[in-house]
Design a protein around this ligand. Structure first.
Ligand code: NAD
Length: 508
């Protein structure tokens, strides 16, 4: 960091913590900076919260749980109704903040918020989502029913790439189920998350029900080991997700980790050519490839291999630029370090013998000499041993592999350890049906490049992309954020005949 930017950083405002309904300055001595990826302007300083602050946030959540868990369902869902209206109202304003701190285009930032808003809309259906079951007369005068009860303080740890959507995957569903929450957003871009938390308070979320702490490893570890935290939701890289899963699990918590990916798009020669090439280019290079569901591998089957020059030509037309500039297709990556990692992997691809058909290194964007830009990059002749195939690049880099048959393509995808998302492009129902049946990946798109399920379903990444049984949002997360209690009840009326002591396990 230069002396000048160090001064700017020191002058930048510090992001506050939210503890028990109060926005408080952290007593932290260590800070990170939030930096605009297109300009390197320092937007804010993020404290690495102290252990006492994490403890205070969990304590506030624990105390609030005592009353919040008994708040009527209707009251909870009406807060969500107000919340969804507020998010809609403030969407453009928050999108501008999101673009400034994360880099993605304004349209994509609005999409980030919208996909989270959909979860809040779904949270408004909690009246039916959190219903238990009932069986009458399981024995004479005996009924059995289940209650879906909240579990207590839940914690959420979120990544940089969706600072609106992923926090909204977590806390609305957790709190509408009657839990309280401590959120730890990415320290790289917490500002739009803070705005969404402010709106939740405005919608009526009571003090202590939603708390916000900032930090990195120490704060995450403190949440994963705190005795009063009952469940941990994590979304981020595989290395950290595995650590969180193991640590929180070892401390007896319910835990779900959504992690890294390598998503294959399988293109059959009968696919709709123009639609497919547009879909591949959008899904590989949109958001500069920084989506866990980005298409990072194109598998061209048979004669579809001939489409490669057209795919490269399309990628070359995409405009690289700052996210707030109209017409930008490919935004900067989030940080200088991320750019170094991505270009380092491109170097490795060249070194390892892949054919670099389009090189995004060294791209210049007029007016933004300091931006973390990497242009669309396409590799052909890639083998499955190369690091550009084995590693998640998380940049605008598409690797292309040619195979002869659909069977070979399915086997290739199934050999890859990740299982977040995949897609097949074809006009054949039979081929698509075979693909959806035989592919061992948790989320499948058919002529859809980024098949992130809508919130009435759940996010169902699988294998190396996920640890834990239940995914975020949808019906699965209601299970994750509740404990099923089963009640077996007998009520005697005056006519009930007393037939003596029952020494068996049978209900009579
Ligand atoms: P990351 O793992 O670096 O950070 C995620 C969170 O963990 C952040 O809040 C961060 O502060 C915290 N953290 C970082 N280092 C830590 C450590 N050593 N110990 C404990 N906590 C730590 O991830 P990222 O770079 O912010 O996000 C990109 C990654 O997230 C990619 O791998 C992407 O595929 C993945 N992702 C997955 C999904 C999914 O649903 N599967 C969705 C979005 C992103």
């Amino acid at each position: 960091m230069s002396a000048q930017s160090a001064n700017t950083a020191a002058a930048a405002p510090a992001v506050k913590l939210l503890i028990n309904g109060e926005w408080v300055e952290s007593a932290a001595t260590e800070f990170r900076t939030v930096v605009n990826p297109a300009t390197q302007a320092v937007l804010a300083r993020v404290p690495l919260a102290t252990p006492a602050e994490v403890d205070a946030a969990v304590g506030a959540a624990q105390r609030a749980f005592a009353t919040w868990r008994h708040t009527p369902l209707g009251a909870r869902l009406r807060i969500m109704l107000r919340y969804q209206a507020l998010i809609r109202e403030h969407s453009k304003r928050i999108a501008a903040i999101l673009t400034a701190e994360q880099g993605k285009t304004l349209a994509d930032a609005e999409g980030d918020i919208f996909r989270g808003l959909e979860v809040v809309e779904h949270a408004c259906s909690i009246g039916t989502l959190q219903q238990g079951g009932f069986a009458e007369n399981v024995a004479a005068t005996v009924d059995t029913y289940t209650l879906q009860q909240p579990i207590g303080v839940c914690a959420g740890i979120t990544p940089f790439n969706f600072p609106a959507m992923i926090p909204l995957w977590m806390f609305p569903m957790a709190i509408v189920c009657g839990n309280t929450f401590v959120l730890k957003p990415s320290e790289q871009d917490p500002l739009s998350t803070v705005e969404l938390v402010k709106l939740a308070l405005e919608a009526g979320v009571p003090a202590g029900v939603l708390n916000l702490v900032h930090g990195a490893r120490e704060v995450v570890d403190a949440l994963c080991t705190h005795p009063d935290v009952k469940a941990v939701s994590f979304v981020g890289s595989t290395a950290v997700g595995t650590h969180v899963y193991e640590l929180a699990g070892a401390h007896g918590k319910r835990v779900q980790s959504m992690m890294g990916a390598k998503n294959h798009a399988v293109v059959l020669p009968d696919a709709h050519r123009e639609h497919t090439l547009n879909a591949l280019a959008g899904a590989a290079f949109g958001a500069a490839g920084q989506r866990c569901m980005a298409t990072s591998v194109a598998v061209l089957v048979g004669a579809a291999r001939d489409w490669l020059p057209e795919l490269v030509a399309k990628a070359a037309t995409l405009k690289v630029g700052a996210g707030h500039e109209p017409g930008t297709d490919v935004c900067p990556v989030v940080s200088v370090a991320a750019k170094q990692r991505v270009t380092g992997l491109i170097d490795a691809g060249v070194r390892e013998g892949a054919t670099l058909l389009l090189d995004g290194r060294g791209v210049q964007v007029p007016g933004y000499p300091d931006g973390n830009f990497v242009g669309p990059t396409v590799f052909a002749d890639v083998t499955t041993e190369m690091s550009i195939y084995t590693q998640e690049i998380f940049g605008p880099v598409l690797v292309v592999i040619g195979v002869d048959t659909l069977d070979e393509a399915i086997a290739l995808v199934n050999r890859n350890p990740f299982g977040n998302g995949t897609g097949v492009f074809t006009q054949s129902g039979a081929a698509a049906r075979k693909f959806q049946s035989e592919i061992d990946v948790g989320q499948v798109g058919i002529n859809i490049p980024i098949p992130v399920p809508v919130p009435y379903f759940s996010f169902t990444g699988s294998r190396g992309s996920k640890l834990g049984d239940l995914g975020p949002y949808g019906k699965q997360v209601v299970q994750f954020y509740t404990q099923t209690k089963t009640v077996t009840a007998r009520w005697f009326d005056d006519a009930t005949v007393n037939d003596g002591v029952n020494t068996t396990i049978s209900l009579r």
